[in-house]
Design a protein around this ligand. Structure first.
Ligand code: ATP
Length: 350
């Protein structure tokens, strides 16, 4: 778990520095299962700059949630995490439990897909907000915490916040609950907000409103946001940078607009092609054929090779490492550098 290299990094590097909100470097996660210990994350490297919104994208099971839980050290008992994780400038993996709890109460907060997971059903909303504020700052008086809670409820768009404080979670809608969960995070004054599919359980209109709220909070408070999603449409408008994951690996990363318009990894290209809204002129929606390899499968080459429209023979036997392919961009594809941008039918061209 060496952090030596990062200590000397001054300017933001492709792999991040202590100045970043989050640095994940060569992170490997294994989990104990009925089938033995399985490797869930393989050498994942990415960073989230201060004030940046970074999306983790990929199909279900690609390792987005596990990466977030590893960053917060919230993985189930028995999980083994190797590599380097710096959250708000602090090494997470060797951190004593008390400091870790402090970090999670104040500086790094998590918003789940299901707001009910964060709200106590039997406690009034106001009491939960006050508790969150006072856990983060025990010097805060009950009155000051209530005022802050009301302010934050208003900030996230809850009408009549003072009277809402007296409601129970079951008395508000799903969209409002998610706003309340975000307010619960905000009263702590966090530096980083982790959002794991924060809008998947919501209807389309509410989804758009929550995403707009996240954007505003990022702009106004300088909040760094890490958002896991399998929905490329969601991130296109929200994220500054995109980290694409496949089978527990980071296969591509870079500024969102660039990655979405000129993907350098065939998986990103396939994902884009399969996204709703990217219909071909005939109106056909594509799906990526086949399935990603599971964590129990032994890989000799590229994890995407079996499904890749551009695969060469070498892809089945050589494992690609993420490499810089343009300023601020990486791709883990043997073809990304030597063969230029990935396009349909690329295999036929070589
Ligand atoms: N506690 C666990 N025990 C065993 N395997 C797990 C556990 N948690 C996750 N996994 C496995 O780890 C892999 C990555 O899961 P993860 O939930 O991180 O993916 P994801 O990209 O967030 O997917 P989703 O979009 O469905 O949430 C999957 O193969 C999953 O089955």
């Amino acid at each position: 778990m060496s952090e030596g290299l990062l200590e000397t990094a001054e300017a933001p590097s492709p792999k991040g520095s202590r100045e970043d909100a989050l640095v994940m470097r060569d992170v490997r996660v294994t989990l104990p299962t009925g089938r033995g210990r399985l490797r869930i994350i393989r050498d994942a490297t990415f960073h989230v700059g201060k004030g940046e919104i970074v999306a983790l994208a990929g199909e279900s099971g690609s390792g987005k949630s596990t990466s977030i839980m590893a960053a917060l050290r919230l993985l189930p008992a028995g999980a083994q995490v190797e590599g380097t994780i710096l959250l708000d400038g602090q090494g997470v993996l060797a951190m004593p439990k008390r400091r870790l709890r402090d970090l999670r109460a104040k500086r790094a907060r998590l918003v789940f897909q299901d707001p009910w997971r964060s709200l106590h059903p039997m406690k009034r909303i106001g009491a939960q907000l006050v508790e969150s504020a006072r856990t983060a700052d025990p010097s805060l008086s009950r009155d000051a915490a209530r005022r802050l809670a009301e302010q934050m409820l208003a900030r996230v768009g809850i009408p009549e916040p003072a009277s809402r404080m007296n409601s129970y979670p079951h008395e508000v809608s799903g969209g409002q609950s998610q706003r309340i969960v975000i307010a619960m995070a905000l009263v702590a004054g966090p530096a980083v907000l982790f959002c794991d599919e924060p809008t998947t359980a919501l209807d389309v209109t509410t989804q758009a409103q929550i995403l707009e709220l996240l954007k505003e909070l990022n702009r106004e408070l300088g909040l760094s946001i890490v958002i896991a999603t399998h929905d490329l449409d969601v991130i296109a408008d929200l994220a500054d940078r995109l980290v694409v994951m496949y089978a527990g690996e980071v296969v591509e990363s870079g500024p969102t607009a660039e990655v979405l318009t000129r993907p350098r990894h065939p998986y990103t290209w396939s994902l884009l092609r399969s996204a709703p809204g990217s219909h071909e002129p005939g109106g056909r929606l594509h799906t990526i054929e086949g399935r990603p390899p599971g964590p129990a499968e032994r890989l000799t080459g590229c994890a995407f090779a079996a499904r890749c429209p551009s695969a060469h023979e070498v892809c089945g036997s050589a494992r690609p490492e993420p490499r810089p392919v343009a300023p601020g961009r990486t791709a883990a594809c043997l073809l990304a550098e030597g063969y230029g941008p990935i396009t349909p039918g690329a295999r036929d061209e070589h």
